[in-house]
Design a protein around this ligand. Structure first.
Ligand SMILES: NC(=O)c1ccc[n+]([C@@H]2O[C@H](COP(=O)([O-])OP(=O)(O)OC[C@H]3O[C@@H](n4cnc5c(N)ncnc54)[C@H](OP(=O)(O)O)[C@@H]3O)[C@@H](O)[C@H]2O)c1
Length: 293
C-alpha cells in the first residue's frame, strides 16, 4: 500500500512509519521542516513538505495514496482548530482520489476520562479531558465520512523502557533525589510499548472494517508509583518513594492537556486482540526497566 503518515516524526508516528516500511508498504510522511524531512528519509519514507496548520498548501498536491495515518498534533491551545481545518481541507482532497483511501485517526486514552475501577472499552461513552474534547467530533467525523474508510485507534500511554511516557521517570531517577509523579502513586496508566502499538496500526491498516475503533492498551492499568519504584530501584535513586507534584503545576508548565497525566484509568485492548489478532509482546514494563543498561 502507499501510505501517507501525518506526524511521522513523533513518538507514535515514527515507530508506525518504521513498522509499515518493514511490512513492505510505500510510506510518505508530511514534514514541516528540513529536520523532519531528514528524519523521515532516514526511516526510508519519502518526505512531503507541509504543515498541518496550512493544509491548503499541500493537500491538493498529494500523490495517490491507499491510506492516510494521522498522528500529528502540536499540543498548543489552538490544536483543535488546526485539526478541524486540516480535516476540512484534507478530506475533500482525499475524496477526489480515484480509490477510496483508508484513514486511521489517532484518538487517545485521555478521551475516556478517569475510569477508576471500571475498565473502559470501545463501547464506553467518551468523557474527554477538557483539553482534548475537540477530538471527539473529529473522530466521529472520520468514522462517518462517506469518502474515506475511517478507523480510529485510541493508544494507551505509549512507553519504551527509557522513553515515551517513561522518559521523565528515567531522567528524574538519575538527576534528582526522587522521581516525581502526578497527584498520587496510586494513579494507574493504561500502557502500550511503542513497538506493540505500531503492530496494531499495521493490523488495523490491513484488516479493520471501516467505521471501527480500537483501544491500543496492552496493559489495562499500572500504578505510576510502581513505575517510579522500578526506576528508583534500577538507578539507585536516593529516595525510593516518589515526590508528588500537582496536576495544576504540570498544567501551568506544559498546558491544560498535561492534566491527563493525573487520570486514573483502566482500558481494555481486548477488542483489538480478538478482532485483529493483536498480540502485544511487551507485558512487563517493570521487568524491562530492571533490565535497562
Ligand atoms: N504518546 C502517547 O503516549 C499518546 C497516547 C495516546 C494518544 N496520543 C495522541 O497521539 C497523537 C500524537 O502524539 P505523539 O505523542 O506521537 O506526539 P509527538 O511525539 O509530539 O509528535 C507529534 C508529531 O506531529 C507533528 N506535528 C506537530 N505539529 C505539526 C505541524 N504544525 N505540521 C506538521 N506536523 C506537525 C510533529 O512533527 P515535528 O517533528 O515537525 O515536530 C510530530 O511528528 C496526539 O494526538 C496525542 O494526543 C499520544
Amino acid at each position: 500500500m502507499c501510505v501517507l503518515v501525518l506526524g511521522g516524526t513523533g513518538s507514535i508516528g515514527s515507530i508506525v512509519v518504521r513498522e509499515l516500511i518493514g511490512c513492505g508498504h510505500d510510506v510518505c510522511g508530511l514534514a514541516r521542516s528540513d529536520a523532519a524531512a531528514a528524519k523521515l528519509a532516514e526511516f526510508g519514507a519519502t518526505p512531503v513538505a507541509g504543515d498541518i496548520a496550512s493544509p491548503e498548501r499541500w493537500a491538493g498536491r498529494l500523490p495517490l495514496v491507499d491510506a492516510v495515518i494521522h498522528a500529528a498534533c502540536d499540543f498548543n491551545s489552538d490544536m483543535g482548530a488546526v485539526d478541524r481545518r486540516l480535516l476540512d481541507v484534507l478530506l475533500p482532497s482525499l475524496a477526489a482520489q480515484p480509490k477510496t483511501p483508508r484513514f486511521i485517526y489517532t484518538g487517545g486514552c485521555w478521551l475516556f476520562g478517569a475510569t477508576g475501577e471500571d475498565v473502559a472499552t470501545e463501547e464506553t461513552p467518551l468523557r474527554p479531558l477538557p483539553a482534548f474534547a475537540w477530538m471527539v467530533p473529529h473522530l466521529r467525523r472520520i468514522l462517518a465520512a462517506p469518502d474515506i474508510d475511517g478507523i480510529v485507534i485510541h493508544p494507551a500511554m505509549v512507553y519504551e523502557p527509557d522513553g515515551g511516557v517513561f522518559l521523565r521517570f528515567a531522567r528524574d531517577a538519575v538527576e534528582r533525589d526522587a522521581i516525581r509523579v502526578v497527584e498520587s502513586g496510586q494513579v494507574r496508566w493504561p500502557l502500550v510499548h511503542s513497538e506493540d502499538l505500531a503492530t496494531l496500526y499495521a493490523l488495523a491498516l490491513r484488516d479493520a472494517p471501516p467505521g471501527s475503533s480500537y483501544i491500543g492498551a496492552a496493559i489495562e492499568g499500572l500504578a505510576v508509583g510502581r513505575i517510579a519504584g522500578a526506576f528508583a530501584r534500577r538507578f539507585g535513586t536516593r529516595r525510593q518513594m516518589p515526590d508528588i507534584i500537582s496536576a495544576e503545576a504540570l498544567a501551568a508548565e506544559f498546558g491544560a492537556w498535561a492534566r491527563g497525566y493525573a487520570l486514573d484509568q483502566r482500558l481494555s485492548g481486548a477488542k483489538a486482540r480478538r478482532d485483529l489478532g493483536w498480540r502485544p509482546k511487551h507485558l512487563d514494563p517493570e521487568g524491562e526497566i530492571a533490565q535497562l543498561p
